[in-house]
Write a protein that binds this ligand. Structure first.
Ligand code: SRM
Ligand code: SF4
Length: 569
């Protein structure tokens, strides 16, 4: 990047923060406001929290000249998405004691608590740590929660990817003592700069960094939305190594064509022993070459597009001191979850439950807590915001089934395949960046579309459908067959044609569609699909073949429809 360009403000903030301390402790102690300064807010993200306000009551408070109704979002890292029953109970307690009474399962297999007020933030984080979970690096310009395929019935291969995901997570967790000092009242330890952050250094990364590990044929971690992914190559029951994919990402800004979602490129193959080294070196290339002048252009996807995939691979090989091997063959079938009970090779059972929008509340929350109180196995959060009650012995299954029944949790299996394949981001009322509803909006849109599905006999056909309140892409909308991306209150850009396995970006079909017109807009397409689709043809493929939309190859032609205005009638 050009030397003359000014560094982004956050770069100075990071340097001045003395390894993520800044004035955070002082700001948190200031009870004259429920908020924090702008720099403190930025710094707080590295510690896993965001300052938010309740947007449902923002206007009313402004009218009465009141401070915004500030509270904090806490994101709890769960590397690989595996939590113990004790950890589940702890999250449940915290949801009642300090948050808004709900637990949010995120699209990156983490927990979120919303609505924690400033005076209770520290105590909540202390309790999270007491349960052997933490929040450091859940957000900020660092490596985030490492995702991994959560299906335990895949036996040894799964156990291996979970282990490697947790190792990657540990290896790339910031080392600064700031987290302990600020939240856990730890002693300040004097160390040299190199000891503090051997991998990141003072300025950490230009932007957030995301890693996922997939086990084909499931792409439930959506490798194409990650900066770096490993795709397990399984021979027999053994993982012989991993294909390496780089440069995926979703975020874009409406009207800014320099920003776009991008599919990851597969650049080679590495052995299981090389995974940690490759993770570190990919991160270092991005640390050293990523754009630190423009945060909208700072993700690895732009570093790669600015310089080329060949440049990236060459530079990575130099950093590694050896060459990645050529990629191996693999195939993804889908990026959804497989619901219901499955039995593994050891005779244990696993139940994948549908949790709409990843929001655990009301009866479902009570039921899951009761299950956690007797469950001997673990809980696995999926990248589709769902939950697996894993490792249930045949003996334990009847008691768990009775609770599932009592608390209405099994009705999740009765949903349409469209709903089971849905994701919505949080959006309103907590997300400060939301332009429209998503978590509260998508269920009703699906209900509307289900009328068409019933009529056309498509109730059990899996179509991926995602809604986000803005184009940042937290629900990975650009990888789904149907997507709604918030444009303004009650209006969505509608995208179609993503690959059913999350391997092709969708494209803009119509702009700024009012929520109430979605059924009229998509109903005829769904009917056409039911009548004229080819054998086993997926909806995303159909809309391209039938000429409703042109396919997108990668991020660079993502805005093509906008340019020609072809679909913006
Ligand atoms: Fe996200 C910012 C929620 C996954 C791309 N994301 C936000 C914030 C923190 C808003 C903010 O900055 O003020 C949202 C908090 C809302 C709230 O009230 O909870 C938010 N993101 C989420 C979650 C909770 C969505 C969900 O409903 O599950 C997901 C938490 C994941 C986790 O556990 O770590 C979440 N965010 C994602 C994903 C999906 C993924 O990683 O697989 C993406 C797209 C992939 C990518 O990064 O490219 C994503 N979030 C963003 C972006 C755009 C980044 C970009 O490169 O442009 C932002 C905005 C930003 O960073 O400036 C953002
Ligand atoms: Fe908020 Fe936008 Fe992310 Fe949805 S996609 S959670 S609205 S930042």
């Amino acid at each position: 990047m050009s030397e003359e360009k000014k560094l982004a403000h956050n770069e100075h903030m990071k340097v001045d923060s003395n390894y993520l301390r800044g004035t955070l402790a002082k700001g948190l102690a200031d009870t004259s406001t429920g908020g924090l300064t702008e720099d403190e807010q930025q710094l707080l993200k590295f510690h896993g929290c965001y300052l938010q306000d309740d947007r449902d009551i923002r206007a009313g408070r402004r009218k009465h000249k009141l401070e915004k109704a500030f509270s904090f979002l806490i994101r709890v890292r769960v590397p690989g998405g595996v939590a113990t029953p004790e950890q589940w109970i702890k999250m449940d307690n915290l949801a009642t004691d300090y948050a808004n009474g709900t637990i949010k399962l995120t699209t990156r297999q983490a927990f979120q608590l919303h609505g924690v007020i400033k005076t209770q933030l520290k105590k909540t984080i202390q309790e999270i740590n007491a349960a052997a979970l933490d929040t450091i690096a859940a957000c900020g310009d660092v490596n985030r929660n490492v995702m991994c395929n959560p299906n335990p019935f895949l036996s040894q291969a799964h156990a291996d990817v979970l282990k490697i995901s947790q190792e990657i997570s540990d290896h790339l967790t910031p080392q600064t003592g700031a987290y302990h000092e600020i939240w856990l009242d730890g002693e300040k330890v004097e160390t040299t700069a190199e000891e503090v952050e051997p991998i990141y250094g003072k300025t950490y990364l230009p932007r957030k960094f995301k890693i996922a590990v997939a086990v084909p044929p499931s792409n439930d971690v959506d490798i194409h939305a990650n900066d770096l992914s490993f795709v397990a190559i399984v021979e027999g029951a053994k993982i012989v190594g991993y294909n390496v994919a780089v440069g995926g990402g979703m975020g874009m800004t409406h009207g800014d064509e320099k920003t776009y979602p991008r599919l990851a490129d597969i650049i080679g193959f590495c052995t299981p022993e090389q995974v940690l080294d490759v993770s570190e070196k990919v991160l270092l290339v991005q640390r050293d070459f990523g754009d630190r002048t423009n945060r909208k252009h700072a993700r690895l996807k732009y570093t790669i597009d600015d310089r080329s995939v060949a440049w990236f691979l060459g530079t990575l090989n130099e950093y590694l001191g050896y060459d990645l091997e050529p990629e191996r063959e693999f195939k993804f079938d889908d990026n959804g979850d497989r619901f219901g009970w499955v039995e593994d090779h050891l005779g244990d059972f696993h139940l994948n439950l549908f949790i709409e929008g990843g929001r655990v509340r009301d009866q479902a929350r009570v039921g899951l807590r009761k299950i956690a109180e007797i469950h001997q196995g673990d809980f696995r959060l999926t990248g589709n915001q769902n939950l697996i009650i894993a490792k249930v012995s045949p003996k334990a299954r009847p008691a768990i089934e009775a609770l599932l029944d009592k608390y209405g949790l099994l009705k999740s299996h009765l949903q349409s395949a469209l709903r089971l394949n849905s994701i919505s981001c949080v959006a309103l009322p907590t997300c400060g960046l939301a332009l429209a509803e998503a978590e509260r909006g998508l269920p009703g849109v699906i209900t509307d579309l289900e009328e068409v599905l019933e009529k056309t006999g498509l109730r059990h056909d899996a179509i991926t459908i995602r809604m986000t309140g803005c184009p940042n892409g937290c629900g990975r909308p650009f990888l789904s067959e149907i997507a709604f991306v918030g444009r303004s209150p009650g209006k969505y850009n509608v995208y179609l044609g993503g690959g059913h396995a999350g391997d092709r970006l969708n494209k803009l079909y119509r702009e700024a569609v009012p929520r109430n017109e979605i059924k009229n807009l998509l109903g005829p397409l769904i009917e056409d699909y039911a009548k004229t689709r080819e054998e086993a043809e997926k909806f995303g493929d159909f809309v391209i073949r039938a000429g409703y939309i042109a396919a997108t190859s990668n991020g660079l032609d993502f805005h093509a429809n906008l340019k020609v205005g072809a679909f913006n009638s």
